[in-house]
Write a protein that binds this ligand. Structure first.
Ligand code: AHZ
Length: 338
């Protein structure tokens, strides 16, 4: 694939009359309008009529069908940050035969990838992670050893739009994973799905009793819930309380060069059925976080260091998580152990 053009001044929109793609399933036989048809016609403008219950049913029917469809998923991804979205993109695109559910605690998916370091706009990726940007179609400026996306939100919105259009991927946002489903196995225990709840409900377990959760069965879970925090590092902390791992290594101080390779190379199946990627992995392995120290940021232009946190490890960890997931999934399918 040829590289997308480097960031250039915005181009003038040629014409407002570009025909919109016709939405699948559009009904009623009415003429599909262009926005040019509306310009200057506001006095006679009218929306198509609707009854409130139609809106309600249009949403709920689809949502409950999705809950039904994905109650048995092939792969569940916990967390829709840069790592989880990258894994979902690769898996969903490569394997249209698999049902992939993404569970995201926040209303707004994207995790820490809406801004770069210290809430600045640009997103930095060290080479060779620029290959992922070309794959997804995100333009960047080439700075030699690293590339710069002019706004982190451009990466996040682009990958999200690609992931959400995949017919075999469903994002359940405002929904959190409250626990992992386990099964006895030769190795002691294997993870075989997730326990979910509305995030707002999960946040109120202390002031309401017994608000039971829901479940999704899946032979494989990829956890990318980020480093420790109110919601982060969820699965690996649960593995400790389940006594599946003795203790967490704990995320270490900041060292970009060490951190990025450690996260990518370490992305793996931690216990049977659970692959961990992204910054959640730093809590298992005691890996460093990424991003230069203030001192290095000040001298960045002189040393050609990449300033601020970098995201290359997150997308390549997502790529590796997807690769590991397919290997495990195909192996288990052959062993008929799903
Ligand atoms: O809302 C969380 C975020 O969108 C979501 N999440 C966390 N716990 C969850 C749970 N159920 C469902 N129990 C949950 N969702 O997981 C997402 C994690 O995104 P992230 O951007 O924090 O993690 P990442 O590993 O994809 O990217 C990390 C990027 C880096 S590096 C870094 C540093 O070096 O300090 N800091 C960040 C944010």
């Amino acid at each position: 694939m040829s590289p997308p053009a480097a960031v250039s001044p915005p181009q003038q929109v040629a014409s407002l009359a570009t025909p919109a793609p016709k939405l699948a399933g559009s009904k009623g036989g009415s003429k599909t309008q262009t926005i040019d048809d509306m310009i200057g016609q506001w006095d006679s403008f009218k929306f198509a009529p609707i009854r409130e219950s139609q809106v309600s049913r249009a949403m709920t029917r689809r949502y409950f069908k999705d809950l039904d469809t994905y109650a048995e998923s092939d792969i569940v991804i916990i967390g829709a940050g840069s790592c989880g979205l990258s894994a979902a993109y690769v898996l969903g695109k490569q394997r249209p035969d698999l049902k992939i559910a993404i569970i995201e605690a926040s209303v707004s998916p994207g995790g820490g990838a809406w801004l770069g370091g210290q809430l600045f706009s640009a997103m930095i990726m060290r080479k060779p992670a620029d290959a992922f940007l070309r794959e997804v179609g995100v333009p960047y400026e080439d700075e030699g050893n690293y590339v710069v996306v002019k706004h982190a939100a451009l990466f996040t919105s682009t990958i999200m739009s690609k992931v959400l259009q995949l017919p075999n991927v469903k994002l359940f946002n405002a929904t959190c994973v409250e626990d992992l489903i386990t099964r006895p196995s030769d190795e002691g225990v294997r993870i075989s799905g997730v326990v979910t709840n509305w995030t707002l409900v999960a946040m109120h377990h202390d002031d309401q009793s017994c608000m039971d959760p829901n479940t999704i069965n899946a032979p494989l879970v990829i956890s990318t819930t980020g480093h420790d925090g109110p919601m982060g590092a969820f699965s690996v902390k649960r593995l400790v309380s389940m006594q599946r791992i003795e203790k967490l290594g704990g995320m270490r101080g900041l060292d970009m060069n060490t951190a990025e390779e450690a996260i990518v190379k370490g992305t793996r199946e931690i216990v049977p059925g659970l692959i961990v990627g992204g910054m959640e992995l730093s809590e298992v392995d005691g890996a460093n976080r990424m991003g230069t120290s203030p001192h290095l940021q000040l001298s960045a232009s002189a040393t050609n260091e990449t300033p601020g946190p970098t995201f290359g490890a997150m997308v390549l960890s997502g790529l590796k998580a997807a690769e590991e997931a397919l290997n495990v999934f195909d192996l288990r399918s052959k062993q008929n152990a799903l």
